[in-house]
Design a protein. Structure first.
Ligand code: ADP
Length: 326
């Protein structure tokens, strides 16, 4: 690889708290090594639109505590086409950028891999609240999103107990039940419904009835958005069987509330570490890899592996949650 002189950084796909600390770390680590950092706006779309500019240590000042991403993010269907990617490479060359760091989720790692296949030096950093990216024990944003979910669970529990209600709390996470499961474990939920464990509506009804008979003052059910049934659908079913459960049911869909907010200490530190490690990896001549965290250390995984392997949920934690919901 020719000496890295200009390094591009972009955030792509779903945003998450902690992306700003990662951008800040990339920019300042690059400058430390006399590499000029360039910020690309709105993910891969900014590469195609040639929407990018040089960044300085000051342009990332005061952002470590801010949620979202300073660079903006996007889903770019154009980048999924050969023509779009060609345009992206052309603009990178035009601006003399000869390496790129992509911060994003599973989809963004696929995009990064496409650039790598074209021979462009690229390193990925996992940023996704879903925690579904293979090659990193935690993705940037997961911890903050989980704490936001937990706050909501605690608050809802207060009101649920006062009224003897059941609450279905729908959590984000696409096809991964991580957030819902961890939110359930940490929040002491009575039931956790996740995509990894398919279920029938009758099972929820039975669970609700059991909770009532056991004398519980509330019944908190966390439903992952990718579970067999959506929270609203479950409520409709439970409403038609109201007499059999003892609880009235309410639904709270947390939605994008979980994406926003100031990053937790964990996410600020993870973003800072992985951003710095990604620059370091490129300096070492690594490319086509993602820098994740494994056993508290930065770990490299080939992008090819990242996108081809799923990240299964630790089902032992599900079993623990089931025992503790008693
Ligand atoms: P996330 O990175 O959060 O998983 P997406 O799955 O929406 O979010 O992916 C973000 C962007 O990455 C997409 O809009 C697209 O531009 C790019 N991307 C995803 N998959 C591919 C692919 N197979 N080839 C090229 N680009 C891709």
């Amino acid at each position: 690889m020719t000496k890295m002189r200009r390094l591009g950084v972009l955030t792509s796909g779903g945003d998450g708290p902690g992306m700003n600390p990662a951008i800040r770390a990339v920019v300042r680590t690059a400058l430390e090594h006399e590499i000029i950092p360039w910020g690309i706006q709105r993910g891969f779309q900014g590469l195609i639109d040639n929407d990018m500019q040089e960044m300085t240590a000051r342009s990332v000042g005061g952002i470590i505590q801010r949620g979202g991403t300073l660079l903006g993010t996007a889903r770019s269907p154009e980048f999924m086409t050969e023509r779009g990617r060609m345009e992206a490479l052309r603009n990178l060359n035009k601006n003399s950028i000869n390496a790129l760091i992509v911060i994003g989720g599973d989809g963004s790692m696929r995009g990064a891999l496409e650039l790598h296949k074209q021979g462009f030096p690229v390193v990925g950093v996992p940023g996704s609240i879903d925690n579904d990216v293979y090659g990193s024990e935690m993705s940037i944003g997961v911890d903050t999103a989980l704490n936001t979910l937990l706050q909501a669970v605690d608050r809802i529990k207060d009101t649920a107990s006062s009224h003897r209600r059941a609450f279905l709390i729908e959590a984000m996470g696409r096809n991964c039940g991580y957030l819902a499961l961890m939110g359930g474990l940490a929040g002491g939920a009575e039931m956790v419904l996740i995509p990894e464990v398919p279920f029938e509506l009758e099972e929820v009804l039975n669970g609700l009835r059991d909770a009532y008979i056991k004398g519980k003052a509330h019944c908190i059910i966390i439903v992952a958005e990718g579970a067999s049934h959506r929270a609203t659908e479950i409520k409709e079913f439970l409403d038609t069987h109201k007499q059999e459960t003892g609880f009235t049911t309410r639904v709270t869909i947390l939605g994008h509330v979980q994406r926003g907010g100031s990053p937790s200490a964990f996410d600020r530190i993870l973003g800072s570490r992985l951003g710095a490690a990604a620059v370091q990896a490129l300096i070492e001549g690594q490319q086509g890899i993602m820098v994740g965290i494994s056993k508290s250390q930065a770990a490299y995984t080939p992008l090819e592996e990242v996108v081809s392997k799923g990240k299964p949920l630790d089902m032992n934690l599900y079993r623990i949650a089931r025992i503790l919901e008693k």
